[in-house]
Design a protein around this ligand. Structure first.
Ligand SMILES: [Cu+2]
Length: 155
Protein backbone atom coordinates (compact mmCIF):
# COMPACT_ATOMS: atom_id res chain seq x y z
CA UNK A 1 0.00 0.00 0.00
CA UNK A 2 1.20 3.58 -0.62
CA UNK A 3 3.40 4.97 2.12
CA UNK A 4 1.18 8.01 2.65
CA UNK A 5 -1.81 5.78 3.36
CA UNK A 6 0.16 3.77 5.91
CA UNK A 7 1.20 6.99 7.67
CA UNK A 8 -2.40 8.14 7.83
CA UNK A 9 -3.45 4.76 9.24
CA UNK A 10 -0.72 4.91 11.88
CA UNK A 11 -1.83 8.40 12.91
CA UNK A 12 -5.40 7.21 13.25
CA UNK A 13 -4.28 4.30 15.39
CA UNK A 14 -2.25 6.59 17.63
CA UNK A 15 -5.10 9.08 17.94
CA UNK A 16 -7.46 6.25 18.77
CA UNK A 17 -5.30 4.99 21.59
CA UNK A 18 -4.76 8.51 22.93
CA UNK A 19 -8.50 9.10 23.07
CA UNK A 20 -8.97 5.88 25.02
CA UNK A 21 -6.22 6.65 27.49
CA UNK A 22 -7.71 10.04 28.37
CA UNK A 23 -10.38 9.95 31.02
CA UNK A 24 -13.99 10.36 30.01
CA UNK A 25 -14.81 12.03 33.31
CA UNK A 26 -14.19 15.75 33.57
CA UNK A 27 -13.93 17.27 37.04
CA UNK A 28 -14.72 20.98 37.26
CA UNK A 29 -14.27 23.53 40.05
CA UNK A 30 -12.94 21.23 42.81
CA UNK A 31 -12.73 23.01 46.17
CA UNK A 32 -12.77 22.39 49.90
CA UNK A 33 -14.60 24.63 52.31
CA UNK A 34 -12.13 26.11 54.78
CA UNK A 35 -13.06 25.10 58.33
CA UNK A 36 -12.43 26.24 61.86
CA UNK A 37 -8.91 25.92 63.20
CA UNK A 38 -9.84 22.88 65.29
CA UNK A 39 -11.85 21.09 62.59
CA UNK A 40 -10.99 17.43 62.16
CA UNK A 41 -13.13 17.12 59.03
CA UNK A 42 -13.52 19.07 55.80
CA UNK A 43 -16.08 18.91 53.00
CA UNK A 44 -15.15 19.24 49.32
CA UNK A 45 -17.24 19.89 46.24
CA UNK A 46 -16.92 19.67 42.45
CA UNK A 47 -18.87 18.92 39.30
CA UNK A 48 -18.38 15.59 37.52
CA UNK A 49 -19.26 15.20 33.85
CA UNK A 50 -19.35 11.86 32.06
CA UNK A 51 -18.30 12.45 28.47
CA UNK A 52 -18.40 8.77 27.52
CA UNK A 53 -21.27 6.79 26.04
CA UNK A 54 -21.48 4.40 28.99
CA UNK A 55 -22.07 4.69 32.74
CA UNK A 56 -19.01 5.35 34.90
CA UNK A 57 -18.87 5.13 38.69
CA UNK A 58 -16.66 7.16 40.97
CA UNK A 59 -15.84 4.25 43.27
CA UNK A 60 -13.67 5.78 45.96
CA UNK A 61 -11.24 8.57 46.72
CA UNK A 62 -8.01 8.75 48.67
CA UNK A 63 -5.92 11.54 50.09
CA UNK A 64 -2.32 11.58 51.26
CA UNK A 65 -2.19 10.60 54.95
CA UNK A 66 -0.12 13.69 55.70
CA UNK A 67 -3.33 15.64 54.97
CA UNK A 68 -6.01 13.45 56.54
CA UNK A 69 -6.43 9.87 57.71
CA UNK A 70 -9.37 9.07 55.42
CA UNK A 71 -11.37 10.45 52.49
CA UNK A 72 -14.94 9.34 51.77
CA UNK A 73 -17.89 10.06 49.50
CA UNK A 74 -20.84 11.49 51.43
CA UNK A 75 -24.28 12.89 50.89
CA UNK A 76 -26.41 15.09 53.15
CA UNK A 77 -30.01 14.16 53.81
CA UNK A 78 -32.69 15.87 55.87
CA UNK A 79 -34.06 13.73 58.70
CA UNK A 80 -36.67 15.25 61.01
CA UNK A 81 -35.48 18.70 60.01
CA UNK A 82 -31.85 17.88 60.74
CA UNK A 83 -29.13 17.67 58.11
CA UNK A 84 -27.37 14.34 58.41
CA UNK A 85 -24.57 12.79 56.41
CA UNK A 86 -24.51 9.36 54.88
CA UNK A 87 -21.64 7.51 53.25
CA UNK A 88 -22.16 6.74 49.58
CA UNK A 89 -21.01 3.14 49.94
CA UNK A 90 -21.69 2.26 46.29
CA UNK A 91 -19.92 5.34 44.99
CA UNK A 92 -21.52 7.77 42.57
CA UNK A 93 -22.61 6.50 39.16
CA UNK A 94 -22.90 8.86 36.22
CA UNK A 95 -25.01 7.76 33.27
CA UNK A 96 -23.65 8.35 29.77
CA UNK A 97 -23.44 12.11 29.28
CA UNK A 98 -24.63 12.86 32.81
CA UNK A 99 -23.35 15.70 34.96
CA UNK A 100 -23.46 15.43 38.77
CA UNK A 101 -22.85 18.41 40.99
CA UNK A 102 -21.40 17.98 44.49
CA UNK A 103 -22.48 21.06 46.42
CA UNK A 104 -23.15 22.25 49.99
CA UNK A 105 -26.24 20.52 51.38
CA UNK A 106 -25.90 17.58 48.99
CA UNK A 107 -23.19 15.24 47.80
CA UNK A 108 -19.70 16.05 48.98
CA UNK A 109 -16.35 14.46 49.59
CA UNK A 110 -15.23 14.30 53.18
CA UNK A 111 -11.82 14.33 54.77
CA UNK A 112 -11.66 12.73 58.21
CA UNK A 113 -8.88 13.08 60.74
CA UNK A 114 -7.31 16.22 59.33
CA UNK A 115 -3.68 16.58 60.36
CA UNK A 116 -4.22 20.34 60.43
CA UNK A 117 -7.02 22.68 59.42
CA UNK A 118 -7.21 23.48 55.71
CA UNK A 119 -6.23 27.09 55.15
CA UNK A 120 -7.60 29.24 52.36
CA UNK A 121 -5.54 29.03 49.18
CA UNK A 122 -3.99 25.64 49.95
CA UNK A 123 -4.12 23.05 47.18
CA UNK A 124 -5.05 19.52 48.27
CA UNK A 125 -4.60 16.69 45.75
CA UNK A 126 -7.25 13.97 45.96
CA UNK A 127 -7.11 10.75 43.96
CA UNK A 128 -10.34 9.63 42.28
CA UNK A 129 -10.79 5.95 41.39
CA UNK A 130 -13.29 5.23 38.61
CA UNK A 131 -14.98 1.98 37.60
CA UNK A 132 -13.44 2.17 34.12
CA UNK A 133 -10.03 1.67 35.80
CA UNK A 134 -9.06 5.28 35.27
CA UNK A 135 -7.65 7.18 38.20
CA UNK A 136 -7.31 10.93 38.27
CA UNK A 137 -5.49 13.18 40.68
CA UNK A 138 -7.67 16.22 41.26
CA UNK A 139 -6.26 19.36 42.85
CA UNK A 140 -8.78 20.88 45.26
CA UNK A 141 -8.37 24.52 46.24
CA UNK A 142 -9.38 25.55 49.76
CA UNK A 143 -11.94 28.37 49.72
CA UNK A 144 -13.81 30.35 52.33
CA UNK A 145 -17.54 29.80 51.86
CA UNK A 146 -19.60 32.97 52.31
CA UNK A 147 -22.61 31.29 53.88
CA UNK A 148 -20.79 28.80 56.09
CA UNK A 149 -22.66 25.99 54.37
CA UNK A 150 -19.64 23.72 54.57
CA UNK A 151 -19.57 23.88 58.34
CA UNK A 152 -22.88 22.45 59.46
CA UNK A 153 -21.72 18.87 59.68
CA UNK A 154 -23.37 16.70 62.27
CA UNK A 155 -21.52 13.52 63.07
CU1 LIG B 1 -19.70 14.51 55.12
Amino acid sequence: MPVIFRVVMLCMLLLGSCAQAASDIIVDNPYFAAGFAMSSTAAGYMTLSNHSDKPVTLVRITVNNHVASKATLHTSVMENGMAKMRALADGVTLAAGEQVRFSPGGKHIMLHGLQKALTVGTVVPVTFYFSDINTQQINFTVKQLDNGAGRHHHH
